[in-house]
Design a protein around this ligand. Structure first.
Ligand code: NAD
Length: 502
C-alpha cells in the first residue's frame, strides 16, 4: 500500500462542496507502481472527524436532493457523462500512472463509467413501481421506490473509476446522497472522478469524498450511525468485517468480493478463440480483475496442444510502462501485491504443479524498479491445490485437466467463490447444460470470463457476494426501499382480511 508519510496535503477531501485537508493535517502518498519513486500525489489521511463532517453534509443535502424529480437527477448524469467523455484521456492516463493498468484498458475503465452515467440518466424516466388491484372495492394499490438516505461507498483500486460509477450513479439517481472512500492505492483517480461530478453540476453535498486508509476512514464510515447503507467492493476479508459491522448497526449492505473464475475449454472448442479468450482473461490488467481467468479447465484431448500455444503466446506479451500503448501488461499495483503473487508461485511449485512459463519478475533492467511480473502458467494443477482454490490477483493461471463436461462443471464449481465462468464449445447442448449448472453470477459462452456490460446485473454467488447485483436495473434494488401505498376512495373504513373472506 502507498502509505509513506507525506509533508503536505496537495489534494483534499470534498465535503459540502469544499476541498479540505484532513482535520488532523496528516496525509499519505500515492506512488506509481511502474516507478514507485514517483509520487502521484499526497492525499488527506482522514479520520472519524472528517467522516463525521462528510456524513453530516450528505445528510443535509439529502433533504433537497431526494425532492428533485428523478428525470432531473438523470439529466445531471447526462452532463456527467459528457464531461467524463471530455476528460476520458486525461483520466485514463492518470489511472495508468497511478494503478498501472495499460492505457487501452484504462480508457475502457472510464468508458464504463460513461456508459453507466448514460444508462442511469435514462433510468430517471423509469424508476418504475407497480400498480395492482386491491382486495377491497374503491381502493387503489401501488408501490413506489424511495431513496435510502446517506450511502457509504467503499471501493477497490482495480477499477478506480468504473466501480465508483457503478455505485454512485444509481445511488444518486435514486435520490440518495453519498460519502465515497476510494482505495488508498487510487486516491488521485477517486479525486478526478469526483471533480468531474462537481464540475458537471452535481450539487454540493450530494457526493462527498473522504480519502484515507481502510481501517481508519473506511471503518469510521462503515460504523457511522447516520450512514444507512454501505456498498462495498473489495476482498472477502474486508467484506466480512464490513458485513459484521453492518449487521450490528442494522445497515443495508451490498458486497462484491473475490473470485476464482474459470474458463472451460471442451475438446470441440474453437481453440484459436479459446486461446485468445484465455490470454485476455488471465493476463488483462495483469490478472488484477475480480473476473480474471485464474483457472483454465481444459479437456484432456486438447490440453497439451492448448497449453503449448498458450505458453508461446504468453511469452510474446509485452510487459512495461502502462502509458506506452505497445505494452500488454503493466505492473502489479504495489509491492505487497507483487510479494503475494511471488508467494503463490512458490506455493504452486511446492504443491507439485508444473510451471510452464513465467513465475518470476522480468529480467529487463528497465523494469527493475516497477512491480512487474511475467505472465505465468501452471499446468498439472489439481482441484485441491491452493493455487486452484485461492484468489491470487496476479498474472497467474492454473490449468486443470478434465475428461467430460460433468467433470468440468464439478471442477469449476469446486471453490468457495462464484463470480464469473466461461465455456468454449461448439455443442449447443453442452453450452446450455453449463449455463444451467455453473455456480456463478456470470456465464459466458465462447467468450472469456471478463467483459461485463453496464446494463446487465453484475455480481457473484457463494462467497463472492451477499446476494445483491450491481449495474443494470438490479442496482435499484440496492439503492431504494420499496413503499407500498394504499389509497382508499370508498369514504368508509374497510378492513383487509376481515371484510372479504374466501
Ligand atoms: P480491500 O478489501 O483491501 O480494499 C477495498 C476497500 O476497502 C478499500 O477502499 C479499502 O481502503 C477499504 N477497507 C479496507 N479495510 C477496511 C475496513 N476495515 N473498513 C472499511 N473499509 C476498509 O480490496 P482491494 O485489495 O482494494 O481490492 C482487491 C479485491 O477486490 C479482490 O479480492 C477482488 O476480487 C475484489 N474485487 C471484486 C470485484 C467484484 O465486483 N466482485 C470487483 C473488483 C475487485
Amino acid at each position: 500500500m502507498a502509505r509513506r508519510a507525506a509533508r503536505r496535503t496537495e489534494s483534499g477531501n470534498f465535503i459540502a462542496g469544499h476541498w479540505l485537508p484532513a482535520r488532523s493535517g496528516s496525509s499519505f502518498e500515492s506512488l506509481s507502481p511502474a516507478r514507485p519513486a514517483k509520487v502521484v500525489g499526497a492525499f488527506p489521511r482522514s479520520g472519524r472527524e472528517d467522516v463525521d463532517a462528510a456524513v453530516s453534509a450528505a445528510g443535509k443535502a439529502f433533504r433537497a436532493w431526494r425532492e428533485i424529480p428523478a428525470p432531473q437527477r438523470g439529466a445531471k448524469l447526462r452532463e456527467v457523462a459528457a464531461l467524463l467523455r471530455e476528460r476520458k484521456e486525461a483520466l485514463a492516463r492518470l489511472m495508468a500512472l497511478e494503478m498501472g493498468k495499460p492505457l487501452v484498458e484504462a480508457r475502457g475503465d472510464v468508458q464504463e463509467a460513461i456508459d453507466c452515467a448514460e444508462y442511469y440518466s435514462g433510468e430517471g424516466r423509469r424508476l418504475f413501481g407497480q400498480t395492482t388491484t386491491s382486495e377491497l372495492p374503491d381502493k387503489f394499490a401501488m408501490t413506489v421506490r424511495c431513496p435510502v438516505g446517506v450511502c457509504g461507498i467503499v471501493s477497490p483500486w482495480n477499477f478506480p473509476v468504473a466501480i465508483p460509477a457503478w455505485k454512485i450513479f444509481p445511488a444518486i439517481l435514486c435520490g440518495n446522497t453519498v460519502v465515497f472512500k476510494p482505495a488508498e492505492d487510487s486516491p488521485a483517480c477517486g479525486e478526478g472522478f469526483v471533480r468531474a461530478l462537481h464540475d458537471a453540476g452535481v450539487p454540493a453535498g450530494v457526493v462527498n469524498l473522504v480519502q484515507g486508509l481502510g481501517e481508519e476512514a473506511g471503518a469510521a464510515l462503515v460504523h457511522h450511525p447516520d450512514v444507512r447503507l454501505i456498498s462495498f467492493t473489495g476482498s472477502c476479508e474486508t467484506g466480512s468485517l464490513i458485513a459484521g459491522a453492518c449487521g450490528q448497526g442494522l445497515k443495508r449492505c451490498s458486497l462484491e468480493m473475490g473470485g476464482k473464475n474459470a474458463q472451460i475449454v471442451m475438446d470441440d472448442a474453437d481453440l484459436n478463440l479459446a486461446l485468445e479468450g484465455a490470454l485476455w482473461g488471465a493476463f488483462g490488467t495483469s490478472g488484477q480483475r475480480c473476473t480474471a481467468t485464474s483457472r483454465l479447465i481444459v479437456h484432456k484431448k486438447v490440453r497439451e496442444a492448448f497449453v503449448r500455444r498458450l505458453v508461446t503466446q504468453a511469452r510474446k506479451l509485452r510487459i512495461g510502462d502502462p502509458l506506452d500503448s505497445m505494452n500488454h501488461l503493466g505492473p502489479l499495483v504495489n509491492a505487497a501485491q507483487l510479494a503475494r503473487v511471488e508467494r503463490y508461485v512458490a506455493i504452486g511449485r511446492e504443491e507439485g504443479a508444473r510451471l510452464r512459463c513465467g513465475g518470476k519478475r522480468p529480467s529487463a533492467k528497465a523494469l527493475a524498479q516497477g512491480h512487474y511480473f511475467e505472465p505465468t502458467v501452471f499446468d498439472a494443477v489439481k482441484p485441491s491445490m491452493r493455487i486452484a482454490q485461492e484468489e491470487i490477483f496476479g498474472p497467474v493461471t492454473a490449468v486443470l485437466e478434465i475428461r467430460s463436461l460433468e467433470e468440468a462443471i464439478e471442477t469449476l464449481n469446486g471453490t468457495s467463490y462464484g463470480l464469473s465462468s466461461s465455456i468454449y464449445t461448439r455443442d449447443v447442448n453442452k453450452a446450455f447444460r453449463a449455463i444451467r449448472d455453473l455456480e456463478a453470477g456470470i456465464t459466458y459462452v465462447n467468450g472469456p470470463t471478463i467483459g461485463a456490460e453496464v446494463h446487465l446485473p453484475f455480481g457473484g454467488v457463494k462467497q463472492t457476494g451477499n446476494g445483491h447485483r450491481e449495474a443494470g436495473e438490479t442496482a435499484l434494488e440496492i439503492f431504494t426501499e420499496w413503499k407500498s401505498v394504499y389509497v382508499d376512495y370508498s369514504g368508509r373504513l374497510q378492513k383487509a382480511q376481515i371484510d372479504v373472506q374466501a
